[in-house]
Design a protein around this ligand. Structure first.
Ligand SMILES: [Zn+2]
Length: 61
């Protein structure tokens, strides 16, 4: 049995693959640029993929 492709990496269930977002703070700085901060997903540390842990919470079945 041939496997045509490797399984895709697991997408982080917390952020659904969108690991970080830019949040506008409102207003602009002195140069006219929009002021933003970057918030990353705490579950996947901004990678967008879920880590495979052996002892996941609630996954003892
Ligand atoms: Zn995530």
């Amino acid at each position: 049995m041939a496997h045509p492709s490797a399984p895709p990496p697991r997408i982080c269930p917390a952020c659904d693959g969108f690991a970080y977002v830019a949040v506008t703070l409102g207003g602009r700085d002195a140069r006219g640029c929009l002021r933003t901060i970057t918030a990353h997903c705490p579950a996947c540390q901004g990678t967008g993929t879920a880590r495979t842990r052996r002892n996941r919470e609630g996954a003892r079945a």
